[in-house]
Write a protein that binds this ligand. Structure first.
Ligand SMILES: C[S@@+](CC[C@H](N)C(=O)[O-])C[C@H]1O[C@@H](n2cnc3c(N)ncnc32)[C@H](O)[C@@H]1O
Length: 179
C-alpha cells in the first residue's frame, strides 16, 4: 500500500474442522484489505488453496503461503510485529506510532485461534486491542488494516484478475477482464 512498507499476516493456531472458515477468512480479509501476504499454518485444510484461487480469479498482487512453524516465522521476523489481542492497548492509542514505524519497516500482524502462548505477547512490539472485548480475529484484522492504511486500501487497483465485479446499485454484475 502507498506510504507503507510490506504487511504480512500470520495465522497462529488452527483447530482442524472448527477453524477452517475462520482461517480462510483471515487470508481473504488480509488480501481484500491491503496486506501483501498471508502465512497460514500447514494442515489448515483447504484454506491456502481457497485464498490462492480467489487471488487468481479476482487479482493481486497477494501471496499466500504455509509454514510448519508459525512461531518460527515470528521469531525470525525482521521488522515490526503487531499481535492482535483483546488484552492489548487500544488501537486508537497506538495506530499513529505503528503507522510511523511501518513507513520503512515490514510489519507482521499476528492473529490467534485458540489460546496464544505468552511468548507471542513478549515478541510483539505492540499488543493491540480492537476494543478490549472478545470478538473475532477476522473483525480485528479488518479494523487494524483499515486504521493503518487510513482507508486507502478501499481504492486499491487489482492486477492480473480474471474477473472484475462491476459495482451496481442493485443486482450483481461480474465481467471477464478481457471484456
Ligand atoms: C476467538 S479469539 C481467542 C483468544 C483466546 N481465547 C486467548 O485467550 O488468546 C481468537 C483471536 O481473535 C483475535 N481477537 C479477538 N478479540 C480481539 C480484540 N478485541 N482485539 C484484537 N484481537 C482480537 C485475537 O487475535 C485472538 O487470538
Amino acid at each position: 500500500m502507498d506510504g507503507t512498507s510490506s504487511v504480512a499476516v500470520l495465522r497462529l493456531g488452527h483447530r482442524p474442522g472448527r477453524d477452517e472458515r475462520m482461517t480462510t477468512h483471515v487470508g481473504l480479509t488480509a488480501r481484500a484489505l491491503g496486506a501483501d501476504r498471508v502465512i497460514l499454518p500447514e494442515g489448515a485444510g483447504n484454506s491456502l488453496e481457497t485464498v490462492r484461487e480467489v487471488t487468481d480469479r479476482f487479482g493481486g498482487p497477494f501471496e499466500a503461503e504455509a509454514t510448519d512453524s508459525p512461531l518460527g516465522v515470528l521469531r525470525g521476523w525482521e521488522g515490526a510485529v503487531v499481535h492482535l489481542t483483546m488484552y492489548g492497548e487500544p488501537v486508537q492509542d497506538v495506530e499513529g506510532a505503528i503507522r510511523e514505524r511501518i513507513r520503512s519497516t515490514p510489519l507482521l500482524v499476528v492473529v490467534g485461534a485458540e489460546k496464544v502462548p505468552f511468548d507471542v505477547y513478549e515478541a510483539a512490539d505492540w499488543n493491540v486491542a480492537i476494543t478490549n472485548q472478545p470478538h473475532s480475529e477476522v473483525a480485528g484484522l479488518a479494523v487494524l488494516l483499515d486504521r493503518l492504511f487510513e482507508g486507502r486500501e478501499l481504492d486499491r487497483e487489482w492486477t492480473d484478475a480474471e474477473r472484475r465485479v462491476i459495482p451496481r446499485e442493485q443486482g450483481k454484475r461480474v465481467e471477464s477482464v478481457e471484456e
